[in-house]
Design a protein around this ligand. Sequence first.
Ligand code: BTN
Length: 265
Amino acid sequence: MKEQIQSLLHAECPWRDTLHWYPVTDSTNTQAKYLASQGAAHGTVLIAGHQTQGRGRLGRSFYSPAENGLYLSVILRPNCKPEQLMHLTCVAAVAACRAVCQASGLSPQVKWINDLVLNGKKLGGILTELACNPAGLVEYAIIGIGINCHHRQADFPEEISDMATSLFMASGQKVSRAALAAALIEHLALAADTFLRDQQKWMAAYRRSCLTIGKSIQVLQAGAVRPGQALDVDDNGSLLVRFADGHTELVQSGEVSVRGMYGYV
Ligand code: BTN
């Protein structure tokens, strides 16, 4: 798999020689954190055939069965302050949508902030994690991306099978995971080069892909559920919401349900 992915990358792709393949691991993000703490370079990419403890946002698990999905993490060393990375998840989402489109012809959207969505169902997700040094600068950032590729509906655990989809379910075609991995690596490498100076362009692209904007939503934070209307996403990736009492607020964390999706009616 590693050689196949490398053969599909352009010769000038800066991350070609820092690719690690794991037939099975607990979580590529967990392994990436370990390698980063041991000094692994910017652009180190980890891909697994199977994750036994795939992790999602908000402490959730990410279902990662053998050979059915793409499970990829990359280590970045952007040399900046953590607050400059608030849009990193959004940038990764745009890169992932572009890679999926390149490899499959399908055009996913993004449910704020990190869900990749096709036909109203979850195709995958993004988990970004940061570590800072004692000076308060970013030591490393990890972008982890999971994409459901070959799953059939019956392959998903019952509790997510109504909400989840795969490239195969959406297209009837088995997309090459190596081709998808190569496309993802190239789009992420371009993103990593440009996302700090071209923040507005990346966020304009995110807004075009973000299906949450304009929708009736529920914001779930600290056990409270508040209905509202998603108005926009700002250049830091925060969601601008008008709540039922008319006041607006920038939401930076928590879970947002979109009416009509994932069982929210
Ligand atoms: C989410 O849905 O909340 C995010 C899912 C992120 C899953 C990917 S798979 C590769 C990487 N390793 C992990 O353990 N998680 C991310």
